[in-house]
Design a protein around this ligand. Structure first.
Ligand SMILES: C[S@@+](CC[C@H](N)C(=O)[O-])C[C@H]1O[C@@H](n2cnc3c(N)ncnc32)[C@H](O)[C@@H]1O
Length: 494
């Protein structure tokens, strides 16, 4: 089938777009939301970019809202011009990303203490300091005057005076805003790269201080945008050619054989080609999952935790839309996302199901599936670049609970695999408890399962081929500039 050309859209591809995994819109999705939003509220709302950013940040702090959902809602209501929406997005994600460092400096500047401020005032100071310290293109005077105006509109005169004073002091003392000497590695990395100290300590233990610092640094970088051709519509090379002709900067991925990295040229979710299913937007590391599963035409495949359906679609495409891919998810609203995805890509072999994966054994006969994918719910610490609130929202105690759910899903579904069949277990985290340890625990309890080499025919030379040969790949966020990811391929002995 011949695909129609991909047309160039307006810029701002700088920040990554949504990957295949469940969850937040990434920075560049704002373009889409904004351009597609219904427009009637403009005359009522009239927010500036910074007003909008403040509403999101306050909502996140006060009500525990997810930043991406709140951002989408506020941008829809405010109907900002595209550059303003991009600025609001940058401020929201940047402020959340750098929270530790910003709070450290603010603690020196706010005499009564940050904790005593109303949440909106704290958020206003945080986002203003973020702009002063990290956004070089924004002039200082614009940051201060906007913040003071917002404070006047929302609070009393004392607050606007305090905001003015704190920000002017920050500008005056900018050269002295430095981190203290003599900290431990964990304290320093946590403060310098803004990650919770407990998480930094865990990563130092698991990977060493140097690697931990690289990971934290990478987590503050803007994500890549990568896409994968719908193999049933066109070959990757043809899509690459079309993209270049359309004015996009596009290169083959150094990690995934199916991946194309698009570094500039427009929002990939806005092209006609995306709408008509020529390709999917998916992180390069996430694309390796279907490669590891290697489904074949006509097979019966179970995708246990499938929404929003990025990997389900990849599997169905690899099977040339023959056989059946059962795509299960716990949440009815997420099942709809999988259905929409399959429809957009023209995939008929995908069947969706709302179910707790721990109960799937009651749904199908034992040994029903040639392939099973468990892309497990996880702590998500591989995707902090895209979802910075993750690092502040999770507690160390949560990890054991998440690992227990992963283990119970593995236990529940393994009997559904045919003897000789392949099960792929994957997560978008770099937390060993949820990855290597989870698989080791499972294999120990089930000697009828063994590691199986991940087939790498056609993979780029720079891909982790050695790891793949061992049946297990762990991708760190600093290695390829992708999400952090874990993939294990195990086979049920015949
Ligand atoms: C990592 S995401 C899956 C991403 C998906 N494989 C993709 O590529 O688009 C994990 C999914 O598991 C779902 N989930 C969480 N707990 C579950 C459970 N007990 N049973 C089934 N699905 C579950 C979540 O709703 C979420 O959509």
């Amino acid at each position: 089938m011949c695909a129609s050309p991909v047309k160039k859209n307006e810029p701002d591809n700088r920040k990554g777009q949504a990957g295949g995994d469940s969850g937040p819109a990434s920075r560049s999705r704002t373009d889409r939301r904004n351009s597609q939003a219904a427009k009637p509220k403009r005359e009522h709302v009239k927010k500036s970019a910074r007003d909008a950013a403040l509403s999101v940040l306050t909502g996140v702090e006060e009500a525990g809202s997810y930043s991406n959902l709140k951002l989408n809602q506020i941008l829809r209501e405010a109907d900002l011009p595209r550059p303003d929406a991009a600025l609001a997005t940058e401020i929201v994600y940047g402020t959340i990303q750098r929270r530790n460092t910003i709070d450290y400096y603010l603690a020196k500047l706010v005499t009564k203490g940050l904790g005593k401020l109303q949440p909106w005032v704290r958020s206003l100071l945080r986002m203003s300091l973020y702009q002063l310290l990290y956004l070089e293109r924004v002039p200082d005077h614009a940051v201060v005057s906007e913040a003071v105006n917002i404070a006047k509109r929302r609070g009393h005169q004392g607050i606007s005076g305090m905001v003015n004073g704190v920000l002017r002091s920050a500008i005056r003392q900018r050269a002295e805003l430095t981190l203290p000497q003599g900290m431990t590695d964990a304290e320093r990395i946590s403060l310098e790269h803004s990650h919770p100290e407990w998480l930094v300590r865990r990563w130092i233990k698991q990977y060493g201080a140097e690697a931990c610092e690289r990971i934290c640094k990478a987590n503050n970088e803007p994500p890549h945008v990568s896409i994968r051709a719908n193999a049933r519509r066109q070959h990757q090379d043809a899509l690459l050619e079309q993209l270049r002709l359309g004015g996009f900067d596009a290169e083959p991925s150094a990690l995934s054989p199916a991946g194309i990295v698009v570094s500039s040229g427009g929002n990939m979710a806005l092209t006609p080609g995306f709408g008509q299913g020529d390709y999917s937007i998916q992180d390069e590391s996430s694309m390796l999952v279907a490669e590891a599963l290697q489904p074949e035409a006509g097979m019966t495949v179970l995708d246990c935790c499938a929404a929003p359906g990025g990997k389900t679609a990849h599997i169905a495409e690899k099977m040339d839309d023959t056989g059946t891919v059962w795509a299960c998810d716990l949440h009815p609203h997420k099942k709809r996302l999988i259905d929409e995805q399959a429809q957009r890509l023209g995939l008929k072999s995908v069947r969706t199901l709302v179910k707790d994966a721990r109960e799937l054994a009651g749904e199908f006969e034992p040994a029903s599936f040639d392939r099973i994918l468990l892309d497990a719910p996880c702590s998500g610490f591989g995707v902090i670049r895209r979802k910075p609130d993750l690092k502040w929202g999770k507690r160390e105690e949560d990890i054991a609970g998440i690992a227990a759910v992963q283990q119970s899903i593995l236990e529940a579904v393994h009997g559904l695999l045919k003897p000789g069949g392949v099960l792929v277990y994957s997560t978008c985290t770099i937390e060993r408890t949820e990855n290597e340890d989870a698989v080791a625990r499972f294999l120990e309890a089930h000697p009828e399962f063994v590691f199986d080499p991940i087939p790498t025919t056609g993979w780029p030379e720079s891909a982790p081929l050695e790891q793949a040969a061992s049946g297990m790949i762990s991708i760190m966020p600093d290695r390829y500039g992708t999400d952090g990811f874990f993939i294990a391929r195990i086979r049920r002995l015949a």
